[in-house]
Ligand binder design. Sequence first.
Ligand code: F6P
Length: 468
Amino acid sequence: MARLIIVSNRVAVPAEGKDAVSAGGLAVAVKEAFSAYEGLWFGWSGNIRDNPSPEPELIDRGPIQYAVLDLSPQDHREYYAGFANRALWPIMHYRIGLGTFSRSDYAGYQRVNQTFAQALAKLVEPDDLIWVHDYHLLPLASELRGQGIANPIGYFHHIPWPAADVFNTLPASGELLRAMADYDLIGLQTDSDVQNLSRNFIDTMRAIPLGGGSMMVDGRRTRIRAFPIGIDVASFKDAADKAGSNKVVRETMAGLRTRKLLIGVDRLDYSKGVPERMEAVDRFFASNPDQRGNVVYIQITPKSRSEVPEYEQLSREVNEKVGDINGMLGEPAWTPIQYVTKAYPRPVLAGLYRAARVGLVTPMRDGMNLVAKEYIVAQSEEDPGVLVLSKFAGAARQLPEALLVNPYDRFEVAEAIRQALYMPRGERLERWKPMAERMLREDVDWWARNFMAELETFRTVEREPPTT
Ligand code: F6P
């Protein structure tokens, strides 16, 4: 069996005695990619330690081997919290004003990519395929090539690629683009991401388009293509079908009584549009006063990246907004917004999605958004709910039958909530069915198989030995 090496910042090492990876977004995707290969998953251990070893810890769990490195506090600050999450993340999400570029953070980002490449190069065998994930590792292929690695290397970008002019505001943009040309295959979520990155390649590096997404850059061929990521439909649907017996789901439904449920589930991130969504819900109750007391909005928002100041600021902003809206509108017997920052397991979320009449997925910008897909898959044919979806989420391309909204317009989102709540079953079914069928066809297995089939074609490409 051929070997696949997956590289990502976070690595989901299963507990001892288990050989299956846990069921989170990237973990599910990686598990699927490994199904046809022997696997090695390489990345950060999740630990921060003084003087970390440059040699990865090797962990064997069934068919997958793990190789993980610790980060020093400085690495973590500069590479992860700094350059990846204060410079790349906001710019990729069109938030130029939130971007903070620091030369020392960028140096840390390059240093960690180099350390990863040096450690990984020692583990690579000649027939291995390498698949790198996420914006933390844009220069990894270039560093690996510098270490003499000639294997096919693919990259998947889970978040949006912005318009070329937006990306070019980043002081390191040219250098990063040049490094990315060392990937054989670059996968993005949507065709418009592909157009944006291709434009960047053509303008900045005088890349020559060869048709079909292939480009010639400095005498090397690279391919840029859309591979919209999917979800594990069978297991999610099964979880939703069985969720009635789950304690949290049962208690939540009992608490609702006859009230209709609006649900939002997002990592606490400014790209997800949580405060803007709350304002839209507030607007909805202002223009539909008869619905006060009849509708409850549950927002589940696990905290993330709290070490990054913009996320701490957002956390305070959301707390304040929830307090204001509940204080102004609530009654002793009715709390309009139930806001929780705990992370719930997938079976609980599946059950809550099934119970919710409306799924609110209104990011200001999102690479794909798997919550939108999970909400659709969790619905039942007997009584499907309605998805209100931002047109700036990559998922909108595959879910055009949802109520598509502009998340910057709270009046439009409030109106979509009203429309969703009053929509007759016939129309709900008509909208939901084609989306559910598409989710089944274009699932996570379809995504991983397509990417790997394309990466396989680079096995035969002859590469010049590196000049360094
Ligand atoms: O969406 C991009 C992404 O890196 C995902 O791959 C990951 O699951 C998510 O963001 C969480 O980010 P972090 O690792 O910073 O908590």
